[in-house]
Write a protein that binds this ligand. Structure first.
Ligand code: HSE
Length: 440
């Protein structure tokens, strides 16, 4: 247990993202406090409509009046998840003036009023976290601002509006029509309250404004972004581009050279072999070109309750770390506070479960496969697929390839030893572990 009392957080907005933040904080409370150095408690929350919220509101004072939360003297951090310019701007400025740290997912607010908000934060000696404002759950701000701090960033190109990418993907893959796909994105909770923000590129321009500033060290300049949406792209354009080896993606591009910076958001043909071309559906990805590192690519969910909450909670943890044990070491060396490391055992390889690809060189005669499958079955190893291939050039043995379902390495070691002991097997078994990595 930490020597520090819980940090009290006030939440403005209990919609999709607000609900996600309450649930993620509750679900991962133990690990989060081991990282932050103390517990984090949302003690006060404001929402327009408390009746419809799916948030986990246990232990919170609830109100319809956001100002009450911002002025609550108990609260150290205000999390703004209302969206839009006003009253979000006034509430955030008031929270900062009250000496509270602010975490926000509001890209419109940061893109338009960030210069003013950051000046107010500096004047009051408090932090403003906005990781969730760009590309939802992808920690792209942290990556550019910290991980790539040694580089001169030359350009950034990103798929940074999930709704637009979902529409483009469905038009290409299924030949669906625009309004139909947009309605589905709205139902999934990805689209902005005003869907023209997604379709006309305004949401992407908000995010690009922020990316350009942290990449190039320039003030936020939303009004200088060239903006084109996807509403004029037809199914035919998509098909013709494909025929020519390209894919159309709605990109936010920040580029700089000796003449200046380019900030632009528009549909763009990109080569099909470029990794960004494979980013489909509501997924986001940001490609960053740094002079030292070259290209790095960041991919993940750019919208949705839990992915966006992931970024909001990370910002809250960042603030809490500065309020806790060792404020000069904002991030503990091993991510968790040194006195909160756990003794989770590291498993020996024999205890690890994976699926396997096995290749056997076997005599091509009746019963060989039966022997092999019996050995596997005796150890509870289930076969997913089997292939028999011609002997390799100059050899007479057949090649048998098996894919198995997951099994403990210990049982596979035994099975391989038994298979290699068969008269009909003439070479060591080739074993390659197989991981689905989230795909079936
Ligand atoms: N409307 C946005 C999108 C939500 O579709 O990407 C996340 O900012």
């Amino acid at each position: 247990m930490s020597a520090y009392p819980p940090v009290k957080v006030g939440l403005l907005g209990l919609g999709t993202v607000g609900g996600g933040v309450t649930r993620v904080l509750a679900r991962n409370a133990e690990e989060i406090s081991r990282r932050a150095g103390r517990e984090i408690a949302i003690t006060h929350a404001a929402a327009r409509n408390l009746d419809t919220t799916t948030a986990n509101t246990g232990g919170m004072k609830l109100t319809g009046e956001a100002l009450e939360v911002v002025d609550d003297p108990e609260v150290s951090i205000i999390v703004e998840l209302m969206g839009g310019y006003e009253p979000a701007r006034s509430l955030v400025l008031r929270a900062l003036a009250n000496g509270k740290h602010v975490v926000t997912a509001n890209k419109a607010l940061i893109a338009r009023h960030g210069n003013e908000i950051f000046a107010a934060a500096r004047a009051n000696g408090v932090m403003v976290g906005f990781e969730a404002a760009v590309a939802g759950g992808i920690p792209i701000i942290k990556a550019i601002r910290e991980g790539l701090a040694g580089n001169r960033i030359e350009w950034v190109a990103g798929i940074i509006n999930g709704t637009g990418n979902f529409i483009m993907t469905e038009m290409r893959d299924k030949g669906r029509d625009f309004p139909d796909v947009l309605a589905e994105a709205q139902a999934l909770g990805y689209a902005e309250a005003d869907p023209t923000f997604d379709v006309e590129g305004i949401d992407a321009a908000h995010k690009l404004t922020i990316l350009a500033s942290i990449a190039f060290g320039i003030p936020l300049q939303f009004d200088k972004v060239y903006i084109e949406g996807i509403s004029r792209i037809t199914r035919e354009d998509v098909a013709y581009a494909e025929e020519l080896g390209y894919r159309i993606k709605h990109l936010g591009i920040a580029w700089r050279d000796q003449h200046g910076a380019q900030l632009r958001v528009h549909p763009t043909l990109i080569p099909q072999r470029q990794l960004l071309a494979s980013v489909n559906g509501v997924m986001n990805a940001v490609l960053v070109q740094g002079d030292a590192v070259g290209q790095t690519l960041y991919y993940g969910a750019g919208a949705g309750a839990d992915p966006t909450a992931s970024a909001v909670v990370a910002d809250i943890v960042d603030v809490v770390r500065t309020l806790t044990a060792d404020p000069d070491n904002r991030v503990p060396h091993l991510a968790f506070q040194p006195d909160a490391l756990s003794d989770l055992p590291v498993l020996p390889i024999e205890e690890v479960e994976t699926a396997y690809y096995l290749r056997l060189q076997a005599l091509d005669r009746p019963g060989v496969l039966a022997d092999v499958t019996r050995i596997l079955a005796d150890r509870g190893i289930s076969i997913e697929a089997i292939l028999q291939k011609e002997p390799l050039p100059g050899a007479s043995d057949a090649q048998i390839i098996l894919l198995t379902y997951e099994v403990k390495e210990r049982w596979m070691n035994e099975a391989i030893a038994a298979i290699e002991a068969l008269d009909s097997i003439h070479a060591p078994v080739t074993r390659i572990r197989l991981e689905h990595l989230g795909l079936e």
